[in-house]
Design a protein around this ligand. Structure first.
Ligand code: ZN
Length: 132
């Protein structure tokens, strides 16, 4: 299940950052940016996240997902459009198939709130790396 490997990767990255930070006793929430085309179902991810957190520093942490709509730009005519779901990757203006995906593949941790109630931490803005 894709969402489970994403959830495990998120928990790993947050737990690692918390270990580096020192006195973190628990994690309250994790905010995750999820592109529309990242292939992640938010409900399934929330469920997997809860399971992945069990028995870790993140137990009981809230997962806040921020959806990023997919947008593409046509290379020949520079028209931009929302790709939607299922994604439309040919240009609605000229029918061209040479397009750049501008947004929609995001899958990254935006910030994490530790138990100490301090300001948001940004342990990493790197894409989630999955082992699969
Ligand atoms: Zn075009």
């Amino acid at each position: 299940m894709h969402e489970m490997s994403v959830a495990l990767a998120v928990v790993d990255q947050v737990a690692e950052a918390a270990a580096r930070a020192g006195d973190v006793t628990a994690v309250r929430s994790v905010r995750l940016q999820v592109g529309e085309l990242a292939g992640v179902v938010p409900d399934a991810l929330a469920f997997s996240f809860e399971l992945a957190c069990a028995g870790t520093l993140l137990e009981g942490a809230e997962l806040i997902t921020e959806a990023v709509p997919g947008r593409a730009r046509c290379t020949p005519c520079a028209h931009e459009w929302a790709v939607g779901m299922p994604p439309r990757l040919t240009c609605p203006e000229c029918g061209g198939a040479r397009t750049d995906l501008l947004t929609g593949r995001e899958l990254q941790i935006l910030d994490v709130h530790w138990e100490d109630g301090g300001p948001p931490h940004a342990p990493t803005r790197e894409p989630i790396s999955e082992e699969c």
